[in-house]
Design a protein around this ligand. Structure first.
Ligand code: OMP
Length: 234
């Protein structure tokens, strides 16, 4: 049985490559993320095909951020596709507008707190207010939940803190920035292992390069799933 706690990021350039990878991963993986890198390469068509013909769940990662009216219209359009998750930035006006746009649809709006590739130095460069990154993530998560977000995106390093928020009751925590022990970090800065992320309260983990760049992506995905399952048995 496939385990939808693992979401594989299909960060390959186009739908053809994405479909080939998904076919190779077969029954091992049941949830895929399609993002900005594939937008011009047939990403929405692939989302449709994976959903309708292969029965996969779909996370469309658009990280929308704009004035409320524009976000609402964009989400209303995207909600016509058969998607499971959609990302927006976690600012309350964006989350509220996205929820309006998704009204009546079975589409979960996930709010990005602070990108997992950023550390305090990067936040200083972006003029983000001082303070510990974890505290800022926690504040953004609380505000996003209060604005109606169905879930948040954060690093696994913040998952336990978010899970303990009263506002997180019944909401999703989805963590990218996941690296099996010893794997190359790439541009990720706030990371943890798959087992740690789930032990700390993540409902889903997003894994890209450690799987799609592996010499054997099927074995890499199975190793992540085995790590999650070994946790369940403890
Ligand atoms: O929204 C996301 O999915 C996301 C948020 C975030 O804070 N960090 C982050 O890495 N992501 C996405 O998660 C995926 C992580 O990919 P890898 O670093 O290759 O495992 C990429 O597709 C990112 O765009």
């Amino acid at each position: 049985m496939s385990d939808d706690r693992l979401i594989v990021a299909l960060d390959v350039p186009n739908a053809l490559e994405g479909l080939a990878l998904a076919k190779k991963l077969g029954d091992a993986v049941s949830f895929y993320k399609i993002g900005l890198g594939m937008l011009t390469g047939g990403g929405l068509a692939l989302a449709n095909e994976l959903k309708q013909e292969h029965g996969k769940r779909i996370f469309l990662d658009m990280k929308l951020f704009d004035i409320g009216n524009t976000v609402e219209n964009a989400v209303r359009g995207l909600a016509q596709f058969d998607l499971d998750f959609l990302t927006v930035h976690g600012d309350p006006h964006v989350v509220r507008a996205a929820k309006e746009g998704a009204a009546g649809k079975d589409l979960k709006i996930l709010a990005v707190t602070i990108l997992t590739s950023l550390n305090r130095e990067d936040l200083d460069a972006g003029l983000i207010k001082p303070g510990d990154v974890r505290d800022l993530v926690l504040e953004r998560a609380a505000r996003a939940f209060e604005a109606g977000a169905d879930g948040v995106i954060a690093s696994p390093q913040e998952a336990a803190l978010i899970r303990a928020l009263p506002q997180a009751e019944g909401r999703l925590i989805v963590t990218p920035g996941v690296r099996p022990a010893g794997a190359d970090l790439g541009d990720q800065k706030r990371v943890a292992t798959p087992a740690q992320a789930v032990a700390d309260g993540a409902d889903h983990i997003v894994v890209g390069r450690p799987i799609y760049r592996a010499a054997d992506p099927v074995a890499a995905a199975e190793a992540v799933l085995a790590e999650l399952n070994s946790l369940a048995m403890h």
